[in-house]
Design a protein around this ligand. Structure first.
Ligand code: NAI
Length: 383
């Protein structure tokens, strides 16, 4: 989904004839303060007049190895929104790397989309800048950046995920495999066993990850119910996998063992929690909780939550280890890393009767601080 660009420059009005900008009602982000508080290493502001590119690159942490993060191209409302996103997303990548034990850190590049952007040129420009960083930052796909865009980046740098046969392979498949393993760990935490043939799993979003996850679940005998706002897609997947599909938004009320969000972030909020009839939430979508407090609400309601940034790192594991070791990681390796991260977090949370989302953050920061300590860097301030 794309926001309408309200930025006047994005409508092709030359900046020179604009009246002085109206002051914003709120303070803009104090980027240096944010960097100090969040422990960021570097935030680069990128501009290319030829392509119209306006972008931010945040490198959060390289204590344990190079920083990994995709390129998000999105119609941000303004620079503040883009900057907030790049800071949040790059830090989350460091958390992911630490939780699954990758010798790598987090970064992100966000590109402010606009109707005037010369897309191919912009991605070529990014490729040149990534190459200049000489392996400190590796990049790859994200929202708005697919195979065609990555191919343009790859014209100028080797530090990018190749979407073709020379690359690490099926990334959405790696994510689905990781979610499957994390879901299994969640069920073991609930009942001591997976017992797939007795399970009902509701999947929200039958896209790249959701469809693959549904296939794996069907293969082990679970009952799967799917929903997608793209009705044709839902019908096709339902027909091919012989699974029931429900109208979008009705999936929240389906009684099930696991609700698997595989569509978009922010979908676990007050209303959704009220309607959820699942015993656990475990899926691929990033930033599933609208706010961390919604993780506390799930905990109070007795719904076990497998934290998103621990369970959805399959693609990151496959991409990072391909670049670092030059090998295509096996499904088993991906699953075992995610399974052990989820088992550890859910186990700690149960022992201390704490919300799993808070334990995951605490555990990620503990591990990051050990890495920072070894690299003689000051610890992160607690989130
Ligand atoms: P996708 O774009 O291929 O599929 C998303 C699907 O969700 C689409 O079919 C779309 O129609 C559907 N959808 C959107 N809003 C919906 C709603 N409100 N209700 C029901 N269906 C809805 O995306 P992909 O690659 O499958 O990723 C799914 C989620 O997992 C995203 O949030 C993504 O950020 C996250 N993720 C994906 C990774 C990957 O390797 N592809 C890695 C880590 C996270």
């Amino acid at each position: 989904m794309w926001f309408t660009i309200t930025d006047r420059a994005a409508h092709g009005i030359p900046l020179g004839i604009l009246p002085a900008p109206v002051p914003k009602p709120f303070m803009s982000i104090q980027v240096l303060d944010e960097m100090v508080q969040g422990g960021f290493e570097e935030v680069l502001t990128l501009h290319d007049r030829k392509s119209g590119l306006r972008a931010f690159l945040a490198i959060h942490d390289t204590s344990a190895g190079p920083a990994f993060g995709g390129i998000r191209r999105f119609g941000y409302l303004d620079e503040d929104q883009a900057l907030m996103d790049v800071l949040r997303l790059s830090k989350a990548m460091t958390h992911k790397c630490a939780l699954v034990g990758l010798p790598a850190g987090g970064a992100k590049l966000v590109l402010i989309d606009s109707p005037d952007l010369k897309v191919r040129e912009a991605y070529r420009f990014i490729g040149r800048r990534v190459e200049e960083l000489a392996g400190r930052f590796y990049t790859g796909p994200d929202v708005g950046t697919g195979s065609a865009e990555l191919a343009a980046v790859a014209e100028h740098t080797r530090y990018v995920t190749d979407p073709g046969v020379a690359g690490p392979g099926d990334l959405a498949g790696a994510t689905a495999d990781g979610v499957f393993a994390g879901m299994a760990a969640t069920l073991r935490q609930l009942d001591g066993e997976e017992d797939w043939p007795r399970r009902k799993i509701v999947i929200q979003g039958l896209g790249g990850v959701g469809e693959r996850l549904a296939r794996r679940l069907v293969a082990v005998g679970a009952t799967v119910v799917g929903a997608d706002v793209d009705i044709e897609r839902a019908e096709r997947v339902g027909r091919e996998l012989q699974i029931e599909t429900v109208d979008p938004a009705r999936e929240f009320g389906e009684p099930c063992d696991v609700f698997a969000p595989c569509a978009m972030g922010g979908i676990i909020h007050d209303v959704a929690i009220e309607r959820l009839r699942a015993r656990a939430v475990a899926g691929a979508a990033n930033n599933v909780l609208a706010r961390i407090g919604h993780g506390d609400q799930l905990h109070r309601k007795g719904i076990l939550y497998a934290p998103d940034f621990a369970i959805n790192s399959g693609a990151l594991i496959r991409g990072a280890l391909f670049h670092l070791n030059g090998e295509r990681e096996s499904t088993g390796e991906i699953e075992s890393r995610i399974s052990s991260a989820i088992t550890d977090i859910l186990g700690q949370a149960a022992d201390e009767n704490l919300p799993t989302a808070r334990v995951a953050l605490r555990e990620a920061e503990r591990r990051i601080n050990m890495r920072r300590d070894s690299a003689n860097k000051p610890p992160l301030q607690p989130t």
